[in-house]
Ligand binder design. Structure first.
Ligand SMILES: *[C@@H]1O[C@H](CO)[C@@H](O)[C@H](O)[C@H]1NC(C)=O
Ligand SMILES: *[C@@H]1O[C@H](CO)[C@@H](O)[C@H](O)[C@H]1NC(C)=O
Ligand SMILES: *[C@@H]1O[C@H](CO)[C@@H](O)[C@H](O)[C@H]1NC(C)=O
Length: 487
């Protein structure tokens, strides 16, 4: 048989695979910065690579992060905080400067692969009472102009992360519509996204639905089927994610954008800080979600068309986040603050479980605890002060350190504060009630942390070592040239 005939099925297979790749969702992660103990950006990027994560979403254009991502091949979504939208909306020269300083300088060979700019973060949130929404479209128009000038339009796409409170339904997903006060704005936004080939980016949190409503059926938040399915005409919903997603699809339909691709900007489950926030629930939700989207089943209103991208919230715990929504807010990571996997999770990217961060630069193994020989009656004020600044959320109901007793509580608070102060001996004083120990005071699941330092780490040292070598080499060449010249 002629060789060409053999090639045909191969070619078909190739094309088929290509089209499958196109339909298949990509799993990415959110990488936030609201933490005082931060592993260094190169260690985080190595963590992403070890776990074969190809997409990362940032909340600003943190230059250190972007630099660490250079040459990694990882696709990046940078963010623009809501507070900056006003100035970007005010003039093209501001957006020109933004694109020049924070985007185009990285778009070089061996640079960072910035694919998206998230304009604002949930700028239409009801609780903002409209203070940001007027700036969104003018800012997008300016940035788009700046991208065009920089020859990046079409490659770098603008998106707007929306909270699911931008749309609602009186009852069933098929009744979904954007909030009445947003109809005009949404029509303009969708027109813009559609023109530029951008997806609609939405954050969906079944955990919050469960947390906020006592009659929300627990199994409906997960992906294992539900004893309380939602029957919507011919369509039956067995999980909150699909129900929410199709409410958005219906809302898009109503405005004439029924085909607009949807990406999930944030979705996840916290591991502590509320009764339904625990390791097994977080694992069940995230694994269920990943399997669900990678099955390419889609939803009743979009059968066979899963979201284009799904960014898990979050990569790492962030213990400086506000606890206003609840103590769980600091515990969304699939990894703890120091890049250690909290539970087995198959991201569907090639590894069967998560791999831990390597070369984490921990501070010395020492802790601050309550001195057992002191009367601890006066400790309450110290605890309050310590926990105002440092994180003590694990001590509360639903936390991993909730049952360690009164003395344990005091020690935990002392240590949190001491680590936050980078183990400064003075920060373990507490009027003589504190004491430094070299024995790990962790009790079963309750981990007493040792802080990490993001400034120096093994990887960086090697790097600067190379650099010195390089400089010395250059110096030698220079000396040689001078000597040669004087001959
Ligand atoms: C670039 O990004 C940084 C960090 O997000 C920000 O502080 C800075 O204002 C940005 N530069 C411009 C010109 O917008
Ligand atoms: C974890 O959370 C799930 C979901 O809310 C709940 O059903 C389960 O009882 C919790 N497990 C523990 C050990 O608290
Ligand atoms: C420890 O602190 C937590 C949070 O304030 C509290 O719920 C718990 O009852 C305390 N334990 C003891 C024994 O005081």
């Amino acid at each position: 048989m002629p060789r060409t005939l053999h090639l045909l099925p191969l070619l078909l297979l190739f094309l088929l695979q290509r089209s499958c790749l196109f339909v298949q969702s990509a799993i990415g992660v959110n990488w936030g910065t609201l933490a005082s103990h931060r592993i260094s950006p190169p260690v985080v990027v190595d963590l992403l690579r070890q776990n074969k994560i190809q997409k990362v979403k940032l909340f600003d254009s943190n230059l250190e992060f972007i630099r660490a991502l250079m040459g990694s091949g990882i696709e990046v979504m940078v963010g623009i905080p809501n507070e900056v939208l006003g100035s970007l909306a005010s003039s093209v020269s501001v957006s020109d400067a933004f694109v020049a300083q924070n985007i185009s300088r990285f778009m070089v060979k061996g640079g960072a692969d910035i694919r998206y700019i998230a304009v604002g973060n949930e700028p239409f949130l009801t609780s903002y009472q409209g203070q940001f929404q007027q700036y969104v479209l003018p800012a997008m128009a300016n940035i788009q102009q700046s991208l065009t000038k920089a020859n990046l339009a079409g490659y770098v796409k603008l998106v707007v992360p929306c909270n699911a409170d931008a749309y609602q339904s009186p009852s069933l997903p098929s009744q979904g519509a954007f909030r009445a006060d947003l109809t005009q704005l949404m029509t303009q936004l969708l027109t813009f996204l559609n023109t530029n080939g951008s997806p609609f980016l939405v954050n969906i949190y079944p955990f919050l639905s469960l947390y906020q409503s006592s009659d929300f059926p627990q199994d409906y938040a997960f992906f294992e089927g539900s004893t309380h399915p939602v029957v919507d005409g011919p369509n039956v919903y067995y999980n909150a994610f699909d129900g929410n997603y199709d409410t958005l699809v219906a809302a898009l339909n109503k405005l004439g954008f029924g085909q607009m691709p949807i990406a999930i900007g944030e979705v996840g489950w916290p591991t502590e800080g509320a009764p339904s926030a625990n390791l097994s629930a977080a694992r069940a939700f995230n694994q269920g979600l990943i399997s669900h989207v990678l099955s390419n089943k889609g939803t009743p209103l979009r059968p066979g068309v899963p979201p284009v991208d799904v960014y898990l919230f979050s990569l790492l715990d962030e213990e400086q986040k506000s606890v206003l929504p609840g103590n769980f807010e600091r515990h969304w990571g699939i990894f703890s603050f120091d890049g250690q996997a909290k539970y087995p999770l198959n991201l569907g990217l090639g590894n069967r479980v998560l791999k831990n961060a390597k070369d984490v630069n921990y501070m010395p193994a020492r802790w601050c605890v309550a001195n057992p020989f002191k009367d601890l009656d006066g400790a309450v004020n110290h605890i309050n002060l310590a926990c105002d600044i440092a994180d003590c959320t694990t001590l509360y109901y639903g936390g991993s350190c909730n049952a360690i007793g009164e003395k344990g509580n005091i020690s935990y608070a002392f240590n949190s504060y001491y680590q936050l102060q980078k183990q400064d001996a003075k920060s373990c004083d507490f009027d003589g009630l504190g004491m430094i120990t070299y024995l790990d005071p962790s009790i079963s699941d309750c981990r007493f942390l040792v802080g990490v330092d993001d400034v120096v780490n093994a990887g960086f040292r090697v790097h600067s070592g190379n650099f010195i070598f390089w400089v010395l080499g250059l110096f030698w060449v220079f000396v040689c040239i001078c000597n040669c010249g004087s001959l």
